[in-house]
Design a binder for this molecule. Structure first.
Ligand code: MRU
Length: 352
């Protein structure tokens, strides 16, 4: 288990590691209301699709626990209000909406007819989501083991480790679990402009866990594939839609194109909570645009001329045709994804 934690329920508040200050400082911040949690998601105190989902679920839990509602139906109304604010915090990662809908669904149980019963149920559902994300991470790592050669040079984008989930992670979790199984893995970490999740966060996690790693600039991946024999690419996902098209951190699509050009397997690693079967095609995924300052500045230092126009798209969509396989806790889906993802989600629903 990591020496740090990403998000936790502590004394009736949501405690988060402030990822904006990493790797130089490990500060924890406490949030006692949903507006604070929504702000933390928006400002990327916490980020990464599964972690955002867990934070949002706890955002509903703080709302419930501190509510002064006089009866269960008023509390349900407060929860719906909180959910609409939390939902708007970031649009692309489906885990956010998924976790909120799951907690609201639980809160809708008519048997929860007192404020106290509802409070307890909401908090327990948030805990359950958090625990399930950890179990899913461990299982994804197990499922991926046969796909990782020994030794292996693995290219990774963004941060998808404990910081992006609750513990272990998706793509970085796969690398960590292979390492813990004694495989000689070396992670090549895209720095991931503009927020530098690779250089700041993935490098920090790899260092903590003793995973051999090297940070590269995003533009280096094609050259590495051509000259160094990269064995596979692993990336996370913010939303995987029914046909397999996958939204993930900007630059993922370029990586997938380079991988295809060089015959390098390209795997998406994500829990089933990231799969959105309601959306048929990647073109329908809303892509978040973030402030220009993330591009014009590195930290406090401005690197562009004053007033430079900027397009800061936080995510891109990798068409399913470039994806070798989608590794989930419920198994690995291979093309054609329409069919394999539908079967996989059916299994997940049956088992839950
Ligand atoms: O903008 P971020 O840092 O929230 O983006 C994170 C990613 O794109 C991750 O790859 C994705 O959320 C999966 S994390 C397990």
């Amino acid at each position: 288990v990591s020496a740090f934690f990403t998000v936790k329920w502590v004394d009736g508040r949501v405690r988060m590691l402030d990822q904006r200050a990493l790797p130089h400082e490990t500060n924890y911040l406490d949030f006692g209301d949903y507006a604070g949690v929504a702000g933390a998601i928006r400002d990327m105190v916490i980020r990464g699709a599964p972690a955002i989902g867990v934070a949002a679920a706890y955002g509903l839990a703080v709302t419930a626990i501190h509510s002064q509602a006089r009866d269960a139906s008023h509390l349900r109304e407060e929860l719906r209000e909180a959910a609409s604010v939390l939902r708007a915090a970031r649009p692309t990662a489906v885990n956010l909406a998924w976790a909120l809908d799951r907690v609201l669904g639980r809160a809708g149980d008519p048997e929860l007819d007192t404020v106290e019963a509802l409070q307890e149920a909401v908090l327990q559902e948030a805990h359950a989501i958090s625990q399930e994300e950890v179990r899913a991470s461990l299982q994804m790592g197990q499922n991926a083991l046969p796909l990782i050669p020994d030794p292996a040079k693995i290219l990774h984008h963004c941060n998808t480790g404990s910081l992006a989930t609750v513990e272990y992670g998706t793509a970085l979790g796969v690398i960590r679990i292979a390492h813990e199984h004694g495989k000689r893995v070396h992670a090549y970490l895209d720095e991931t402009r503009p927020r530098l999740q690779g250089a700041r966060l993935s490098a920090w996690e790899c260092k903590q866990h003793g995973i051999p790693h090297t940070v590269i600039v995003d533009g280096a991946s094609g050259h590495l594939m051509r000259t160094m024999g990269i064995d596979l690419c692993v990336v996370g996902a913010d939303r995987i839609v029914a046909n397999g098209d996958t939204a993930n951190k900007i630059g993922t699509y370029n990586l997938a194109l380079a991988a295809r050009a060089h015959g390098v397997p390209f795997y998406v690693v994500a829990p089933s909570s990231t799969i959105d079967m309601q959306t048929p095609h990647g073109d329908e995924i809303e892509i978040e645009q973030r402030p220009a300052r993330e591009v014009t500045h590195v930290g406090e230092v401005q690197i562009t001329p004053d007033d430079t126009p900027v397009l800061n798209l936080a995510f891109d969509v990798t068409p399913a045709q470039y994806i070798t396989g989608i590794i989930t806790e419920a198994g690995i889906a291979y093309p054609p994804f329409e069919q394999s993802l539908a079967e996989l989600m059916l299994r997940v629903r049956r088992e839950s």
